[in-house]
Design a protein around this ligand. Structure first.
Ligand SMILES: [Zn+2]
Length: 311
């Protein structure tokens, strides 16, 4: 009997507490601990790769499964501030791994602002032979920003692991030699493994570098290919695409750009590639986001905010 009487009493206490909770909850100003700067993480072990719409240039922002960040290239000169603003909106405070694939303006243009604007971990770049070093103001600005911040460049070389953590590894496939034919072929090519999922970032590497990767016995096989050189026909030779055999590819280029990127040969090559599913391009799809769970399922979304528009 005693136990029976206790049950309604407990129920009343719970009800009173619940009512009090709601009353107090209503009295206090609601605080949402998540503002729109909080990055949306749907899966704790997910890796997010954003191919940013930076017009006719390159910038890819990656959030690794442990929350560390990677920026591969930094758009064109004059767009650095916009890029910094975009990343600020995402509440980025530190770029753990910054990669300057090669010293062309459409890849290192905004490096100065990025280096000045964030705490930076390591900076990877290819070692370019002295006779091929550019003399551009953009390159000078990049080097000065590195120096002024007391940082150093780390040489990215084919065959090395650039960085790794739990569940991921960034393998460098190129450049493999001390000298390359043209600055594009000095491009740092990165194969980023996340569990079973593999992303291949080509920079502006062309057919010559692709051949060296294959001849060097390195494996370009991937799920997602960030096409070399903005979808130019000078990259993505049939033999290389077959070896890479991506399901998805992304081309970073500006709308109506003066180079005619992506070239029609490139588009046809993907149409004819066995097992290929879908091509994305930043001139049409704007910022393209890929979320990898590391288990062979990569989800894409398009139409993300542009960092800069047009050519
Ligand atoms: Zn380029």
């Amino acid at each position: 009997m005693a136990r029976r009487r206790k049950t309604p009493f407990v129920a009343i206490v719970i009800s009173v507490l619940a009512i009090a909770y709601f009353l107090f909850g209503g009295a206090i100003e609601k605080q949402n601990p998540f503002d729109d700067k909080s990055p949306a993480v749907t899966d704790e072990s997910a890796m997010t790769v954003q191919f940013l719409d930076v017009g006719q240039g390159d910038a890819t922002f990656i959030t690794l499964p442990d929350g560390k960040t990677v920026l591969i290239d930094a758009a064109n000169p004059g767009d650095g501030d916009e890029l910094v603003k975009y990343l600020n909106k995402k509440a980025v405070e530190k770029i753990d791994y910054l990669v300057a694939t090669h010293p062309h303006a459409d890849h290192i243009g905004g490096m100065k602002e990025v280096i000045e604007g964030f705490s930076i971990g390591q900076i990877f770049a290819p070692k370019v032979a002295t006779q091929d070093l550019p003399t551009s103001k953009t390159y000078e600005n990049f080097l000065n920003a590195v120096k002024d911040k007391g940082l150093k460049l780390t040489r990215a070389q084919g065959g090395n692991i650039l960085f790794e953590g739990e569940g991921y590894k960034a393998e460098c496939l190129s450049p493999l030699y001390d000298e390359a034919e043209g600055l594009n072929n000095y491009s740092v090519v990165i194969k980023l493994h996340h569990g079973e999922d593999k992303f291949l970032f080509m920079g502006d590497a062309e057919e010559i570098a692709e051949k060296q990767i294959l001849n060097g016995g390195l494996n370009p096989e991937c799920d997602v290919l960030k096409c070399g050189h903005h979808g130019s026909s000078s990259s993505g030779a049939a033999e290389f695409l077959k070896a890479a055999s991506p399901k998805f590819a992304v081309i970073s280029c500006g709308a109506d750009n003066s180079y005619g990127h992506p070239h029609k040969e490139t588009l046809e090559a993907f149409e004819n590639l066995e097992g290929f599913e879908k091509l994305y391009r930043t001139d049409k799809d704007k910022t393209v986001t890929a979320v990898s769970d590391g288990k062979g399922s990569i989800r894409f979304s398009v139409g993300g905010d542009s960092v800069v528009q047009g050519e």
